[in-house]
Design a protein. Structure first.
Length: 560
């Protein structure tokens, strides 16, 4: 359960709502709101993308518009159908539906090519034959202005001819490119005759070998928005300097729509990296078990860990949208997860480090069925059966041979209450040859079933969880922590990399836990609060019918 402070936090401001509401009042875009989520299918999506998904689909829903899912698949060298399918699964899991509005930039390759020829005929694009190094030199840098290519003044006829031959595959990669003719002196590097097309002799995951040239992202992206009549093109701040070229494309080509680009600050979080390239490094170097490793900030990773889509939507609303760069504390995300799980998680008992208790005065061969609520605040979910018998397990951490002053759980001569069951008192410890405690001998107070008071009114301070020895099930428990040990993993000294900040204790495996019998019916779709332990879910990948694996989603809030 989240802290009281969590309960009063309101959704953070979202300046994009103000823009949309102003546009609607002014009658812009004929009162339509059309957004889009436009990933490049070159990797798995992460939490930053989740925020963008929630933002674009959420705004469209709130203002009775529509949101498109469009794959900006302009770079066949890095793209794959695997990524396309994983992205679709991620968007669906987050609770959003693009309905019939699924698009690909590759759907528009012919139109983009035709518009490139239009720019050539208008004298606004040319084929350049500089080498890659020469292109870089002629472009200049932030201190030096660019200079015109010697090929900049080719005739329209020559440019059309060369561009057509580029399309037909006559030239080698790097031999020619198509560039917009704008201003090599511009202080904005993105306006110094940016590339529109390059030659790539690579098969595309959708168009195969049809094309030998592919449009640059910065050219295809605004025009794809325009074709789809997107009204509000929302992206992160690193694209702010690209906006003049975005607008140039829309202004200089007879497009059917006239979208406008708006930028917001990308999401940075403590204890995480949000770079596809760096996440790919972790996967390729086997530093994690894969893209869906529950420690990864990928949507597939948090889904497997047990985060809920509702908690991610809550998180996206809570952190808001602004233009100011900031770093979000990972604890905010965890609080959103707890807040959601407290409402939906089924309660159960799990003993992670079992120590056996024999209740000497309990009848041999007897077994009781105790009913306990599935959720204490939701009686409509019903009750679950807990089995009590002469032998039970408690957690080793709930017993101390020589208790400290602040330890109130079980100890020699001391009593505790077994949750939903009886008060027991420790009478004897059994140790092996090494001195390790292997068993506790206890007595129970028959009058105290289900939380009833003791017969003589004595106080019992502690309540501990337990499971029956005979009616419990074995399981492997995986305690996931934060992937990185420091809040800013990318802040490294000379000779170090972000990988040096990986947390060596980000995964602890407990192989021999025991769970209450009701969890034999556990499914990956359900979430569970193991009482006094944390929130858990059945691992969707590694659990088998005879070998259950549970992941800790998040620990209980501090103070619980």
């Amino acid at each position: 359960m989240g802290s009281k402070q969590d309960k009063v936090i309101q959704d953070a401001p979202n300046f994009l709502k103000q823009i949309i509401e102003s546009d609607l009042r002014a009658g812009k875009n004929e009162g339509h709101v059309v957004t889009r989520f436009p990933p490049e299918p070159n990797g798995y999506l992460h939490l930053g993308h989740a925020k963008s998904i929630c933002l674009n689909f959420g705004l469209a829903k709130e203002y009775h518009g529509r949101c498109h899912l469009r794959f900006d698949d302009t770079n066949p060298e890095t793209e794959d159908v695997e990524y396309v399918e994983s992205i679709k699964e991620d968007v669906r899991w987050l609770g959003f539906d693009w309905q019939e509005h699924l698009y690909f930039a590759s759907d528009y390759f012919q139109q983009l090519y035709d518009w490139a020829e239009y720019l050539i005929r208008e004298g606004k694009a040319y084929v350049d034959s500089l080498s890659e190094d020469e292109l870089r030199e002629y472009r200049g840098d932030f201190k030096r202005p660019g200079k015109n290519s010697p090929y900049r003044d080719r005739t329209i006829e020559e440019n059309l001819n060369l561009f057509h031959r580029m399309k037909e595959g006559e030239f080698a990669e790097g031999e020619h490119v198509l560039r917009a003719k704008i201003d090599m002196q511009s202080p904005n590097m993105n306006m110094r005759d940016p590339l529109l097309y390059r030659i790539r002799k690579v098969k595309h995951h959708r168009t195969g070998g049809t094309w030998s040239i592919y449009p640059m992202y910065d050219y295809a992206h605004p025009l794809s928005d325009a074709i789809e009549k997107v009204t509000h093109s929302i992206c992160t701040l690193e694209f702010q300097d690209h906006r003049p070229f975005y607008d140039w494309c829309i202004e200089n080509i007879p497009t059917p729509g006239h979208p406008h680009q708006y930028e917001f600050a990308r999401m940075n979080m403590t204890y995480l990296v949000m770079s596809k390239r760096k996440l790919l490094q972790l996967v390729k170097e086997d530093l994690v078990s894969g893209w869906d490793d529950p420690r990864m900030p990928t949507i597939s990773g948090i889904r497997r860990r047990g985060y809920t889509p509702e908690s991610i939507q809550l998180f996206a609303r809570r952190i808001g949208v602004s233009k100011a760069e900031s770093i979000i504390d990972y604890e905010i995300l965890e609080n959103c997860v707890r807040e959601d799980l407290d409402n939906i998680a089924h309660r159960a008992m799990a003993v992670l480090e079992p120590i056996k208790i024999v209740i000497e005065n309990y009848p041999d061969g007897n077994e009781e069925e105790i009913l306990a609520p599935i959720h204490p605040k939701k009686p409509e979910l019903g009750e679950r059966k807990i089995y009590f018998s002469k032998e039970v397990y408690i957690d080793a951490s709930d017993f101390m041979e020589n208790p400290t002053a602040d330890f109130f759980r079980l100890a020699p001569g001391r009593e505790v209450r077994l949750r939903n069951a009886y008060v027991i008192k420790c009478k004897e410890m059994i140790k092996d040859a090494s001195g390790k405690i292997t068993e506790l001998r206890c007595e129970y107070d028959k009058a105290t079933l289900g939380g009833k008071p003791t017969s003589d009114g004595r106080k019992v301070k502690a309540v501990v969880h337990w499971v029956s020895v005979q009616k419990s099930i074995p399981a492997e428990i995986r305690i996931y922590g934060r992937l990185f040990a420091v809040a800013d993993p990318e802040n490294v000294a000379d000779g170090k990399t972000f990988k040096d900040n990986l947390n060596p204790e980000s995964l602890k495996i407990i192989p021999n836990a025991r769970l209450e019998f009701s969890l034999q019916e556990a499914t990956p779709e359900l979430r569970y609060q193991f009482e006094r332990v944390g929130y858990f879910c059945l691992d969707s990948k590694d659990s088998k019918s005879k070998s259950l694996v549970f992941n800790r989603i998040v620990e209980l809030a501090s103070g619980r």
